[in-house]
Design a protein around this ligand. Structure first.
Ligand code: SF4
Length: 285
């Protein structure tokens, strides 16, 4: 049995929400640097140069990569053999994560981007609640993945319930059409998470997980889906949207697809769009 103190979780969350908002990770930087060299559009190339310069400044000066510091979204894998120790007046794991977000966003001077009601729009003032997805897993694993999800990219995401007859072609057309319709709104170059299968809500969750499961640009281990990712990336980068919509080939840095079993009468598909400010970090205790 592994024992983990809630105060340790809170402190780690406080640290990673700041670090993720200040530092683009190496997998993202590498693909951005490669595109800076090969982008054919001078305007697009200049934008990529600015994105990389912005990332350097944010890292060195510990400033938010973007003014939109996003919703704090977490995927938590909690092992059945983990025992949580309640300390420092924390009464649940949920509270430890929430408190970490509250403290981290305050300490890092990160914008508070959450309203307490979708219609009445009063800011909660501390970037909570956090959006937490729980997964109970065997063993003593305790893994947390954080993504700061900006509104501009999230707003351009989409879901569609296909009949199975739509086939692979129907899904691929839907992904490309969603990106085309989004244009410059999600701050390209973007990353596209595609969830295929499951049911209505599960396909959306798969699409978000697809953004986080593998280092950027790592192909799906199933060759069928790896080919689908490759085809989609090529079609999307032929749309001509380019960095920040300035024209060019670099509209997307990667397409990641995740699939799951589904009903015999259904074929759900969801597209979760992420901007170039791909602020993701994980930790294990
Ligand atoms: S979509 Fe991303 S880069 Fe654009 S404003 Fe939102 S967080 Fe920032």
């Amino acid at each position: 049995m592994k024992r983990i103190r809630l105060s340790t979780v809170r402190d780690k969350i406080k640290e990673i929400v700041q670090q993720a908002n200040f530092e683009l990770q190496d997998d993202v930087l590498k693909i951005l640097q490669e595109w800076r060299e090969k982008e054919e559009s001078p305007a697009g190339q200049a934008v990529l140069e600015q994105i990389l310069e912005n990332a350097r400044i944010a890292r060195e000066e510990k400033l938010g990569l973007c003014q939109d510091t996003g919703l704090a979204v977490f995927f938590v894998e909690l092992g059945e053999q983990v025992q949580l120790e309640y300390d420092d007046n924390l009464t649940s794991l949920h509270e430890a994560i929430t408190e970490g977000v509250r403290q981290g966003y305050a300490e890092g001077y990160l914008r508070k981007s959450v309203v307490e009601d979708p219609i009445r729009r009063k800011n909660t003032g501390d970037n909570t609640p956090a959006f937490i997805h729980w997964e109970l897993v065997p063993g003593d694993v305790f893994k947390v993945t954080f993504v700061a999800k900006g509104g501009g990219a999230e707003n351009m995401s989409a879901i569609r319930m296909f009949a199975p007859a739509a086939g692979l072609e129907g899904i691929e057309d839907f992904v490309v059409e969603t990106v085309d319709k989004a244009g410059s709104n999600p701050c390209p170059p973007i990353i596209i998470g595609v969830g295929v299968g499951g049911n209505f809500e599960y396909s959306a969750l798969l699409a978000k997980k697809a953004l986080l499961r593998r280092p950027l640009g790592t192909p799906n281990p199933d060759p069928f889906y790896a080919e689908m990712e490759k085809r989609l990336l090529e079609r999307i980068n032929n749309l001509g949207i380019g960095p920040q919509g300035m024209g060019g080939r670099c509209t997307a840095l990667a397409v990641h697809v995740e699939a799951f079993p589904c009903h015999i009468a259904s074929m759900p598909a969801a597209v979760n769009i992420q901007c170039h400010s791909h602020r993701v970090l994980s930790f294990e205790l």
